[in-house]
Design a protein around this ligand. Structure first.
Ligand code: COA
Ligand code: MG
Length: 288
């Protein structure tokens, strides 16, 4: 299960070395915003070397309409990343175009077609927000959708994206919700964005707990200290597990029932689906 995705700048040997010991479920080696343009050629080589034989390591390439993306892909696909994180997507067609580029590179490298998955940062450009339904059936490689507030802030000319209490301002709250809805429509994972205040662990815990409540299955991290907090927040509580088990048992004991009472509340089929999903998720986490 992918609760935490830790970003690691691919030009930093020190951080890459450290990343494996953080307990992150997945790593994202960054070739984009965390790496200066002149450092990218070297960072590509370092990323490719780091990928050798490692599981669940992703690479964030540069935007598809940048000069860097082709070189990024050529460098890393042969090293078999779990997948590519695509930033600044304009629409789902970008993910389809990326998938075609990967087809070719997988073939050249003797990698089974479709192995390399795609996560799209689907809200970084304003125009992208108007076409989010396009991810439905766009490409089988699509693994998940995530979103970003920083680039969107710049694009709309906003001087802040959170209010004084740290809550998202309306535009960014909307982008977050649309990402979640688009992922649900496309039947892929929704991954919440980074919490940039990396010393505020209490704030992160609250944020991540809300992300799970809202339907996100994981979250992006930028600092090793965020990983345990995120992993814990995306773990269901014993009380939730207990309740889910009781719901499943209740329906099993009453096979013909559409709706049942539990602790004075109505329980029906959607609750059963939810309970099964929660128990399934827990099984995956345990089996890691
Ligand atoms: N992955 C792995 N190791 C990391 C790390 C990361 N994302 N962020 C920090 N570390 C390491 C540091 O190298 C340091 O290790 P050291 O003690 O061996 O030197 C240790 O963790 C503690 O780091 P700290 O001093 O608290 O933070 P910092 O000032 O060095 O770094 C950031 C702060 C924000 C620059 C850094 O966390 C970072 O680069 N994050 C990722 C940024 C990124 O990829 N952004 C793109 C997506 S938004
Ligand atoms: Mg960015």
């Amino acid at each position: 299960m992918n609760r935490s995705f830790l970003f690691v700048p691919a030009d930093s040997e020190r951080k890459m070395k450290k990343a494996g010991d953080t307990g992150a479920d997945a790593l994202i080696l960054d070739l984009e915003d965390a790496v200066a343009p002149e450092a990218r050629p070297e960072a590509r080589l370092m990323a490719s070397e780091y990928l050798q034989g490692r599981q669940n390591v992703w690479v964030r390439i540069n935007a598809l309409d940048s000069e860097d993306s082709a070189a990024d892909l050529e460098a890393v696909i042969p090293a078999r990343p779990a997948g590519i994180v695509l930033p600044k997507a304009r629409r789902a067609a970008d993910a389809v175009a990326l998938s075609r580029c990967i087809n070719e590179l997988e073939q050249q490298s003797g990698i089974e077609r479709g192995q390399t998955r795609i996560i799209v940062l689907c809200t970084e450009r304003p125009e992208a927000l108007f076409t989010l339904h396009g991810y439905v059936d766009a490409t089988k490689r699509l693994f998940g959708l995530s979103w970003g507030a920083e680039d969107l802030s710049v694009a709309v000319g906003a001087s802040a994206n959170r209010d004084e209490q740290g809550n998202w301002l309306p535009i960014f709250e909307m982008a977050r919700s649309l990402c979640l809805l688009a992922a649900a429509a496309a039947e892929v994972t929704a991954i919440d964005t980074v919490f940039t205040d990396f010393r505020d662990h209490e704030g992160l815990l609250r944020y991540a707990a809300n992300a799970r409540r809202d339907g996100f299955s994981g979250m992006l991290a930028i600092h090793p200290a965020q990983v345990d907090v995120i992993n814990a927040a995306f773990e269901p509580s014993p009380a939730e597990i207990d309740r889910a088990e009781r719901i499943v048992e209740l329906f099993e004991a009453n096979p013909g029932a559409g709706t049942i009472g539990l602790d004075g509340k109505m329980i029906d089929r959607p609750h059963l689906i939810q309970a099964r999903r929660l128990l399934e998720r827990r099984k995956h986490t345990r089996n890691q």
